[in-house]
Write a protein that binds this ligand. Structure first.
Ligand code: FAD
Length: 320
């Protein structure tokens, strides 16, 4: 019998969708699933009841400190001696938490997993390597604790066969562990309208083929008209056209929208790995041999600078 401890991912106090994905993974590797949250334990209990959680452990809000290290230190204290699997999201907070817990427990952490399963006393994780062209499987013995970082959107959130009524336990966060308290002195909120990149049903992404930074405004405009989110290839993030938060791909965000529109993006494997799960892919590229066309449902060979204004006009006309 093993327990899985899920480190919840929260945004502005609310559970992020990836938490249900983590719980789904946890159910496959353990008999009992506990979720550690920072505030609103009752809300977490009601939203995760459908996913078969047995207990919610609420540390209370961690607004004035960086949450990751405190979550990690708290989980390390909570897990006890019995072997367990600690599962977090491959996000800023999740990585901070898993790293801290791993160091405190002296336990291995398998990061960036896209699938997790259990075979007897082994926890097996799958990792995409070489830009997603190959999958490597890692194994850790479940003799002590095994920590796993799961990439958001790599696993679908699936409700349990029978819902549970998770109990809520309020626990003091481990603020006394040396080095875990990083005080937040200021927060800068990036103003961004519309859905977030990882939750948007439509994503419009631009790449180097846009030619110049100002052309990215057309990407933002089209995304806004379609009620979607703008994204980017790493080439234009590295060039400083848009912030890293816009990057889609292996070292950026994984997206799985209903519609992904790639404009002036070649389709490098590191980009594809972050968007090829989209239901429908439309690519605009002036090179008919661009690799992006191999994954596109609709490929348009065209110059983005002349086509995009026409697409925007057409969408606007339909909405008028
Ligand atoms: P390019 O490859 O330069 O492609 C530009 C495309 O625009 C070309 O296909 C060209 O035909 C087309 N084009 C040019 N002019 C026009 C025009 N006027 N109209 C229409 N089309 C035009 N990349 C990511 O995106 N995300 C990642 O997370 C990521 N992680 C990486 C991690 C590692 C370890 C490494 C090594 C690389 C990573 N990369 C990532 C980089 C990746 O390999 C590519 O370099 C990058 O995706 C290329 O971006 P791009 O398609 O915008 O640019």
């Amino acid at each position: 019998m093993a327990t899985a401890w899920v480190i919840a991912e929260q945004r502005d106090g609310a559970l992020a969708p990836v938490t249900a994905e983590l719980v789904t993974v946890a159910r496959d590797v353990a008999d009992e699933v506990r979720v550690v949250v920072a505030g609103d334990g009752a809300g977490a209990a009601s939203s995760l009841a459908a996913y078969g959680v047995s207990e919610i452990i609420d540390l209370g809000p961690l607004d004035s400190v960086l949450p990751g290290p405190v979550l990690g230190a708290s989980v390390a204290r909570l897990v006890g001696e019995e072997p367990s699997v600690v599962i977090g999201a491959q996000t800023y907070t999740g990585r901070d938490a898993l790293g801290r817990a791993s160091a405190l427990l002296g336990a291995p952490v398998l990061t960036n997993a896209v699938a997790v399963r259990r075979e007897g006393d082994q926890v097996l994780t799958e990792h995409q390597i070489f830009g997603g062209t190959m999958v490597a499987t890692a194994a850790a013995e479940l003799r002590g604790h095994v920590l796993v970082g799961v990439r958001p959107k790599s696993v679908a959130a699936v409700a349990a066969a029978a819902p549970t009524a998770p109990s809520v336990r309020v626990v003091e966060p481990a603020l006394d562990v040396p080095g875990v308290v990083v005080t937040v002195v200021d927060r800068q909120r990036e103003e961004r309208e519309g859905p977030s990149l990882d939750e948007a049903a439509i994503v419009v992404s631009g790449g180097r083929g846009l030619g110049k930074p100002e052309a990215y405004q057309m990407i933002e405009e089209l995304a806004a008209l379609l009620g979607g989110a703008p994204g980017a290839s790493r080439a234009i993030v590295d060039a400083g056209w848009v912030p890293y938060a816009y990057q889609v791909g292996q070292t950026g965000t994984t997206v799985k929208p209903d519609l992904y529109i790639a404009v002036g993006i070649s389709g490098a494997t590191q980009h594809l790995v972050g968007m090829k799960g989209a239901k429908h892919i439309v690519a605009i590229n002036k090179d008919k041999d661009a690799p992006i066309f191999q994954v596109a449902d609709l490929g348009i060979v065209a110059d983005a600078s002349s086509l995009l204004p026409r697409v925007i006009e057409a969408v606007r006309a339909r909405q008028a």
